[in-house]
Ligand binder design. Structure first.
Ligand SMILES: C[S@@+](CC[C@H](N)C(=O)[O-])C[C@H]1O[C@@H](n2cnc3c(N)ncnc32)[C@H](O)[C@@H]1O
Length: 403
């Protein structure tokens, strides 16, 4: 076990200290500044952090990086990847690793929950994982162990309240683990906006922040807007009505998403709080999987706001699966220019008749006339809406592209 107490970085060799400083400036900018102020500054910073942690353990023990077994499963298959992982003997070994790990004292999750996140991420090999609710960076560790073993990917973890504590924990991690994490001390709304600004799209999101219905619904919906095709959403505390009802309502409103398991379907309808609800044994998780395409039906569906490079939009380019029956697609675009003192806004629409054809097709929804706004704005944005009048939902293979 690595156990780093108040000596902290003072005990690291010079090259490790240099590496740590570089890494920290990326991962934890606040702490990196303090490390850069010299060993006396570091000692003071760590002392201060320890005082803030009164009530928690005084030193942070971290198990060294190890080769943790995991079952290889076929994520492209339509079955239940969670069940496939959990019946495998490697999963028992992974669970034993997390059970015999000081991280259990810092996490609200079971070793089974840690092992499940770990094994899924080993198979998924994501570029980005989001974690809403860092707390003491317990589940963050399981996520980062998997990314570290994959030798790729970043965990973006967010918590508006426990950043100081999480910083101290992360600082105690082996550098290869630390390399895999970015900590954001902000609320999830600011975080999602920041991820959207940076165009970072996760393949797995673990929602474990504020559990009231409205917060959970926001965290799930905002994650779903960014998540990649076929990506996973794990929602914790579904024994509580907030996350449970939020997951149900989200699934009902979003065709193409599916539950991996059956907790939402087979539940006792007259219980708001129900510890027996969960079908993923030894966890309080519900798992949802995103569609591999972007389905559109009669309810107007938007694809978020994207920046446009100039002050003109000619139309929207679509890549889609050919429908099995003819139908009509209505496209609407709201084009905005943000000036220093005022906003310009215009909307345009177009209709395309789509017919059955080859497996996939491209279609341009052209606006006549093209939409043009005042020159010289600070920036321009395009918000695209689609409505499909057809029997089955229309499946977009890519996000619509303004041109
Ligand atoms: C249940 S704990 C997370 C536990 C953690 N995943 C673990 O290792 O077991 C929930 C965390 O969500 C954080 N939280 C509350 N509101 C939040 C928000 N709006 N955005 C992000 N995190 C939030 C809380 O500060 C708390 O630390």
């Amino acid at each position: 076990m690595t156990s780093i107490g108040s000596d902290g970085f003072g005990n690291l060799f010079a090259s490790q200290r240099r590496n740590a400083r570089q890494l920290l400036s990326r991962v934890l900018p606040g702490l990196a500044r303090r490390v850069a102020t010299g060993s006396e500054g570091v000692r003071r910073a760590i002392k201060k952090a320890e005082i803030r942690l009164a009530g928690f353990e005084k030193t942070v023990s971290v198990k060294p990086i190890a080769d943790i077994p995991f079952p290889k499963i076929d994520l492209a298959a339509d079955g239940d990847p969670v069940a496939a992982i959990m019946v495998a003997p490697e999963f028992t070994a992974a669970t034993a690793f997390f059970a015999d790990n000081p991280v259990t004292s810092r996490s609200l999750e079971t070793p089974t929950a840690h092992a499940l996140l770990y094994c899924l991420i080993r198979n998924l090999c994501p570029d980005h994982v989001f974690e809403i609710g860092t707390y003491r960076a317990g589940t963050t560790e399981a996520i980062c162990r998997a990314l570290c073993a994959n030798k790729a990917g970043t965990a973006h973890t967010v918590d508006p309240f426990t950043g100081d504590y999480a910083e101290v924990v992360l600082k105690s991690w082996p550098l290869d683990l630390l390399r895999r994490v970015k900590l954001y001390t902000m609320n999830s709304m600011t975080f999602y906006m920041e991820m959207r600004r940076q165009k970072i799209r996760p393949d797995l999101v673990f929602v474990d922040g504020e559990h009231d219905y409205e917060f959970a619904l926001f965290d799930i919906g905002a994650a779903a807007r960014l998540i990649g095709p076929g990506g996973f959403l794990f929602i914790d505390n579904i024994d509580q009505a907030g996350p449970f009802l939020a997951a149900r309502d989200f699934l009902a409103a979003n065709p193409g998403w599916r539950e991996v398991g059956s907790s939402l379907r087979d539940y006792t309808a007259d219980k708001a709080f129900d510890p027996q609800r969960n079908m993923i044994s030894q966890t309080d998780f519900i798992a949802l999987q995103a569609p591999r395409t972007h389905p559109v039906d009669r309810r107007p569906r938007d694809f978020g706001v994207v920046r446009q490079s100039g002050n003109r939009v000619n139309g929207l380019r679509l890549h889609l699966q050919s429908p099995s029956r003819s139908g009509k697609l209505t496209v609407q675009v709201v084009f905005r220019g943000f000036g220093a003192t005022r906003l310009w806004e215009t909307a345009a629409d177009a209709t395309i008749d789509l017919k059955p054809g080859p497996v996939s097709q491209s279609a341009d929804a052209a606006f006549t006339p093209p939409q043009q706004l005042a020159d010289g704005c600070l920036y321009y944005t395009v918000e695209s809406w689609l409505i499909w009048h057809g029997d089955e939902p229309l499946q977009l293979l890519r996000l619509p592209e303004p041109y």
